[in-house]
Write a protein that binds this ligand. Structure first.
Ligand SMILES: [Zn+2]
Length: 67
């Protein structure tokens, strides 16, 4: 019945899961490089210290995605 919207991200590459948004979604690459200039582990984006988590919050906020 399609009561639930598709979990696939609008980029069509894979489901719009946390890992995809924070690490892989191509349209967010520029913003990702601004927030994390070098590769940054997914676990630190979710479970890191206060500064790590503030970056994650900033990234999600600036991405315009609604969570
Ligand atoms: Zn995507």
């Amino acid at each position: 019945m399609k009561l639930v919207p598709s979990p696939t991200c609008s980029c069509g590459l894979e489901d719009q899961i946390t890992d995809h948004i924070l690490q892989k979604r191509p349209i967010l690459e520029s913003l990702r490089k601004t927030v994390w200039p070098t590769a940054f582990p997914f676990r630190c984006q979710l479970y890191g210290g206060k500064e790590d988590l503030e970056k994650t919050v900033s990234f999600v906020s600036l991405s315009g995605l609604r969570v």
